[in-house]
Design a protein. Structure first.
Length: 204
């Protein structure tokens, strides 16, 4: 009887410890794999500088945040970004723009450059995600040309909604695609502003 009680206690203790063990943490990134269709078209004659990205405070955390219906949210402790969300978006945008324009991002580098630079400032207004349903990205951005005698400026905004059926992997893939679509819009504006077709802080 005593041996049985010891075994039972050991079993219960093992089950309790197993139940209390932390669930594995899964890390995700918004930086999409390099595309085989890198540098489409003609390489641009300018560099870019992607500045730090602004994001809503409730989203700028290491955990993924998903919505439920109209007003419910969950902060997912076991589904996390590889870095803070603002940095994930900046890295993803920088990677997409350098691919699409065939140029370099000089953000964080010191020293003078001879080529014109298109400075990119992004403000994310919303980056909502509904697990198994969709993602929605709303953002504004401003572009300015530095390094030319005549400088130009442009302010734009756009919204993107994409279907995201499946689990967290598919959800993050849809968010990656949203950033890619945003980069396409910004790349087109950067090409336009670099020719100084748009000047004096016009709006899209």
């Amino acid at each position: 009887m005593f041996r049985f009680s010891q075994a039972a206690i050991l079993l219960v203790t093992t089950l309790i410890l197993g139940a209390c063990a932390s669930a594995p943490i899964h890390y995700h990134t918004l930086v999409a794999p390099p595309s085989e269709a890198a540098f489409p078209g003609q390489r641009v004659p300018f560099l870019i500088e992607v500045l730090p990205v602004g994001v809503p405070e409730q989203l700028d955390r290491p955990q993924l945040v998903v919505r439920h219906g109209d007003n419910g949210v969950s902060v997912l402790e076991t589904e996390r970004w590889a870095s803070m969300l603002d940095d994930e978006i900046r890295q993803a945008l920088s990677a997409a723009l350098t691919q699409q324009l065939g140029t370099k991002d000089i953000a964080g580098l010191t020293g003078s450059v001879r080529a014109p630079v298109v400075r990119v400032k992004l403000q994310v207004r919303r980056f909502d995600a509904w697990l198994g349903t969709k993602v929605h990205l709303s953002a504004d951005w401003s572009l300015s040309v530095v390094g030319k005698a005549k400088e130009g400026g442009l302010t734009c905004g756009a919204q993107f909604s994409l279907s995201a059926p499946g689990g967290y992997v598919e959800l993050v893939q849809a968010q990656q695609q949203a950033i890619s679509l945003l980069a396409e819009r910004i790349a087109a504006d950067a090409r336009k502003i670099s020719t100084l077709e748009v000047v004096n802080a016009n709006e899209c």
